[in-house]
Design a protein around this ligand. Structure first.
Ligand code: SF4
Length: 186
């Protein structure tokens, strides 16, 4: 991991246990993809070699909620599908995080109909909203990094009266593509 090169021979390192735990948590987010529509293709692209989500330790897509701590909702959610999404969220391991990817997941998008949920945050706590139709992989990576920064600084997710509340962060839409890879800002 490069630690050997950074440390002098037989050197030692001191830190706080909390920092080590936060460091390991932020670098090992395991996504649970809930991709129901076209945003899912961008989600797949984000994990592929060109964008390489593995650089952020989050490439281990799990299709079992019990092995996941980052729910990525990508695509529109039908009313009939929402109980499934809620069940998956409940079964995920704590501490867990949620990204709402794309206009459909966050607002229903252009599907202003009785059959489509007008924002999954009505039913599950959303931490980061990634705008776009669809968002580019870079934007999704920005969303993952927002959660990483929060974990690094705060550790555990916010609670209100014993109930989990979403962070409510949003990735700012921009056309200025930043060079990849982007380092984690402190
Ligand atoms: S936001 Fe756009 S790209 Fe994403 S699922 Fe909806 S229609 Fe498809």
């Amino acid at each position: 991991m490069g630690l050997e090169a950074a440390l002098p021979a037989e050197g030692f390192l001191t830190t706080q246990l909390r920092r080590v735990i936060n460091w390991s948590r932020r670098n090992s987010l395991w996504p649970m993809p809930f991709a129901t529509a076209c945003c899912g293709i961008e989600l797949m692209a984000t994990a592929s070699s060109r964008y390489d989500l593995a650089r952020f330790g989050a490439e281990v897509m799990r299709f079992s909620p019990r092995q996941s701590d980052l729910l990525i909702v990508a695509g529109r959610i039908a009313i009939k599908t929402m109980p499934v999404l809620q069940r998956i969220y409940q079964q995920m391991t704590e501490p867990k995080w949620v990204i709402s990817m794309g206009a459909c997941a966050s607002t229903g998008g252009v599907f202003d109909t009785y059959a489509v949920v007008q924002g999954c945050d009505q039913f599950i706590p959303v931490d980061v909203y990634v705008p776009g139709c669809p968002p580019r992989p870079e934007q999704l990576i920005e969303g993952v990094m927002m959660i990483q920064r929060y974990i690094d600084q705060e550790g555990m997710p916010p609670m209100d009266g014993g109930k989990r509340v979403g962070l409510g962060l949003a990735v700012a839409p921009t056309h200025a593509v930043r060079p990849q890879p982007v380092g984690l800002q402190y």
